[in-house]
Design a binder for this molecule. Structure first.
Ligand code: ADP
Length: 165
């Protein structure tokens, strides 16, 4: 069983994340999305909300039964070992992502030499997409329908404008 971990804040999950996930599913038998607590990033959604939004959002993928969603509260490499996953998946959108991702991958390898990081590139029209931009647009009342799944659109409206539309 080839199993990989896809860690991140997913605040909220976007079509960019889902694109990376579907590419990872072509390589691995099972992918575990690890939703990091990341309190230092002051997330808009709680970790529990992000876990349940991810569970709902992945239903759009044809292979979603091979995806699990969990909460990450400790060290990523420890989580990967506990789940018997030898690979960490990260997405690379642009060169600007590279420096930080490279540092993170080498640090994780130092902490656990048997675990490797694989970088996947999204479809070109998702390269400029990030959760932060989505939150900014949504807060200003902009339309994010082509960037996030319907459950996320609904959750953003509810969180920002306290509406149930
Ligand atoms: P983190 O706080 O760990 O960066 P994110 O949820 O922002 O969490 O991102 C998780 C992973 O998904 C990262 O590797 C990031 O580069 C990748 N990612 C985020 N958005 C996209 C996108 N639009 N296309 C490809 N990869 C993405």
């Amino acid at each position: 069983m080839r199993r990989a971990i896809y860690p991140g804040s997913f605040d909220p999950i976007t079509y960019g994340h889902l694109d990376i996930l579907s590419r990872a599913l072509r390589i691995f038998d099972e992918v575990i999305i690890a939703v990091a607590r990341n309190e230092n990033k002051s997330p808009l959604f709680t970790q529990e909300e992000r876990v349940s939004l991810n569970r709902e959002a992945i239903r759009e993928l044809p292979d979603h039964e091979r995806v699990k969603v969990g909460s990450l509260n400790g060290l990523l490499v420890e989580y990967a070992k506990e789940k018997e996953a030898a690979t960490i998946i990260r997405g690379l959108r642009a060169v600007s992502d590279f420096e930080f991702e490279f540092q993170l991958a080498l640090m994780n390898r130092k902490l656990e030499p048997k675990i490797d990081t694989i970088f996947l590139m999204p479809k070109d029209n998702y390269t400029y997409l990030s959760s932060s931009i989505i939150k900014e647009i949504a807060k200003m009342g902009g339309n994010v329908d082509c960037f996030v799944p319907p459950c996320v659109q609904k959750a953003l409206k509810k969180k920002i404008f306290h509406t149930n539309l």
